[in-house]
Design a protein around this ligand. Structure first.
Ligand code: PLP
Length: 466
């Protein structure tokens, strides 16, 4: 399988290079040259398979010959063996129509673990064959950081520099990152928003001087391998609920558009999906883009769902590329305009293409709390604020009564104890596997949101290219 950039001018790469690189050198994002397809029979044959076996079958065409099937199976077994339940991503029924797909049973309690545990192992595997040292630079609105750090802490040939917006991630989220004291882990609190942090990371990748000195790598959801790993649970859940003979709708608490784009990939591969519901909080650029065609960034409003406090959704570019006839030059121009003006209008083809599969909803704080209470009172489930945004959108989407609606539960409620307690009166406790987070020493540095400060900091600590 070859991968091409959404902006048309970076070289096409194989799976191994795409995994290690992350962002394309032309500023674009890598997508498969063509979508692999799974027939109805292929999908039906997933019934009864374990999560790991499902993962091997769904991911094999994307991995191509970069790994043998046995190698892929071994990495999946190791990655998903760290989850606390055998089914890895269990389904929980809320009422006759509404379901939760619990994606938070990994080591850091957020759905990011599903992809990043595998990505850490892919890095190790691919780097073991090479004479390179990789510098991972990432920005996190909370959960990516802890999951990425857990996945690479102490691994050879990798340094990780993780930027988070100072004061805008929860205490649990911050401590999950800053209490990892492995020497290859560097936490940076940026004086600014998540979008500021993400813009800095993008600028570093685009800086030829800096990216010439260090082999930079991205583990944000712009990394293709992450999206690939997330495609798996759409198949896994759908087959358990009667797919492919029955269509399933999914509601996805959305920030950077990675998780829901994985659902789009599943649909492109042939999984019968009734609707993909893009649930946003009041930072609603995606809801505006999908409902009116206006993709214009506002300013970020902090909410109880920090992992969705985003105005620029990187992965949306992948959708626009695919729906816009895969025209890299046009995409490069559109994104150049967007970077300059912070606004982009979807073409008719893009709007119509999106409308065939996606719905969207903007969920405010009251609807979010109401959904948390509903889940608690109606189904005795304590859910986190992000999952509640998804559930609120799922219940409001008007999906036909005979279609199951699966809300992706993206974080464990104990990651957001205060917000959960405010809405439900229940204070969820941290699972024991997370350990004594509040007793461990924290280590991080605070930097202004400038390229100068950041390049100096990283330049002094990272290992240059060989
Ligand atoms: C990252 C995250 C999201 C948003 O996922 P995207 O792939 O960025 O759209 C939602 N909920 C939680 C808990 C997250 O960590």
């Amino acid at each position: 399988m070859r991968y091409i950039s959404t902006r048309g001018s970076a070289p096409a790469l194989g799976f191994e290079d795409v995994t290690l690189t992350g962002l394309a050198s032309d500023g674009g994002l890598y997508v498969p040259e063509a979508w692999p397809s799974m027939s109805r029979d292929d999908i039906a044959a997933l019934a009864g398979l374990s999560y790991v076996e499902t993962a091997v079958r769904v991911m094999a065409p994307f991995v191509g010959d970069a790994l043998t099937e046995d190698e892929l199976r071994e990495l999946c077994t190791q990655a998903y063996g760290r989850f606390s339940v055998d089914s890895v991503t269990p389904l929980v029924q809320l009422d006759h129509q509404q379901w939760l797909l619990e994606l938070f049973h990994g080591p850091t309690l957020a759905f990011k673990d599903v992809a990043l545990q595998l990505l850490g192992l892919l890095f190790e595997k691919f780097l073991s064959k090479r004479d390179t040292h990789v510098t991972i630079v990432g920005a996190t609105s909370g959960d990516t950081g802890s999951a990425a750090i857990d996945a690479v802490a102490g691994r050879a040939k990798v340094d990780i520099f993780m930027l988070h917006p100072e004061g805008r991630v929860s205490d649990v989220q911050r401590r999950q990152m800053t209490t990892v004291l492995a020497p290859n882990v560097h936490n940076i609190a940026i004086k600014g928003s998540f979008d500021d942090a993400q813009a800095l990371v993008k600028a570093m990748f685009a800086d030829p001087d800096f990216s010439g000195r260090f082999a930079l790598s991205a583990v944000n959801s712009i990394n293709w391998a992450r999206l690939m790993a997330q495609v798996v649970y759409y198949f896994y859940a759908a087959v358990r609920l009667g797919g492919p003979d029955r269509k399933i709708a999914f509601s996805v608490p959305t920030g950077n558009f990675g998780d829901v784009f994985a659902g789009y990939v599943a649909a492109r591969m042939g999984l019968p999906i009734e609707r993909l519901i893009v649930a946003t909080n009041v930072n609603d650029i995606l809801h505006r883009a999908l409902s009116t065609g206006d993709y214009s960034a506002g300013t970020v409003v902090p909410t109880a769902t920090p992992s969705m406090d985003i105005q620029v959704s990187s992965n949306f570019e992948r959708l626009l590329f695919d729906l816009g006839g895969r025209d890299g030059a046009a995409m490069a121009e559109a994104m150049r305009q967007f970077d300059a003006n912070r606004t982009l209008q979807l073409s008719n083809a893009q709007r119509e293409g999106a409308a065939g599969l996606f719905s969207s909803a903007r969920i405010d704080a009251d609807s979010m709390s109401l959904a948390m209470r509903w889940a608690h009172e109606r189904a005795n489930q304590v859910i986190d604020p992000h999952s509640a945004v998804g559930l609120a959108a799922a219940r409001a989407a008007g999906i036909a009564a005979d279609v199951p609606v699966v809300t992706l539960a993206t974080a464990h409620p104990a990651k957001f104890q205060d917000a959960v307690e405010r809405a439900t009166g229940v204070r969820p406790s941290l699972p024991t596997r997370v350990g004594a987070l509040y007793e461990r020493e924290e280590r991080y540095d605070v930097l202004p949101a400038t390229m100068e400060a950041l390049t100096e900091y990283i330049g002094a600590r990272a290992t240059p290219r060989a």
